[in-house]
Design a protein around this ligand. Structure first.
Ligand code: 9QG
Length: 150
């Protein structure tokens, strides 16, 4: 299949919201490289359905730095958060660079951090509705890149 390969977004200003050209397909990846700010309390990456405020969010990937560090995964549907899937482990340390890969599979997102599998998140909203990637919070981003199915 001759999918057009979308060029990366480089050094986007945060908060960032950008279109995913052609949307998501099984086998497509979104790869974000960046750095968690030293005093971070949280940041998030959303795969969302539209760029307006109140848009549905198919995947909310949300590292939090509190008494303990953990990552919240959730979806936002009809202006309501669903039930959180938490992992009490921090894949990314404050002040450190990271890579995050979100691979779209038929039934789930496969999330890898710094090249290692971190979490699977089953689809609650069809990935075919996703057209926007958003990044917000205490993070710097070097690039948001796209890898089409082989
Ligand atoms: O707190 O949790 C994820 O389950 C909420 C947060 C919310 C999400 C959500 O307030 O923050 O992380 O849009 C929001 O308000 C996001 C940024 C129960």
């Amino acid at each position: 299949m001759a999918f057009y390969q979308q060029q990366p977004f480089y050094n986007p200003r945060i908060p960032f919201r950008g279109p995913i050209q052609g949307g998501l397909q099984d086998g497509k990846s979104i790869i974000i490289s960046g750095r968690v700010l030293p005093g971070a309390n949280r940041f998030h990456v959303n795969l969302q359905c539209g760029s307006h405020s109140g848009a549905n969010v198919a995947l909310h990937f949300n590292p939090r730095y509190e008494d303990t560090d953990y990552v919240v995964h959730n979806s936002y549907l009809n202006r309501t958060w669903g039930s959180e899937e938490r992992k009490y482990e921090s894949p990314f340390a404050k002040g450190q660079t990271f890579t995050l890969q979100i691979l779209v599979a038929q039934d789930r997102y496969k999330i890898s951090t710094n090249g290692r599998h971190f979490m699977d998140y089953k689809h609650r909203i069809p990935f075919t509705q996703v057209d926007t990637v958003a990044v917000e919070g205490m993070v710097e981003v070097n690039s948001v890149a796209f890898q089409n199915p082989a």
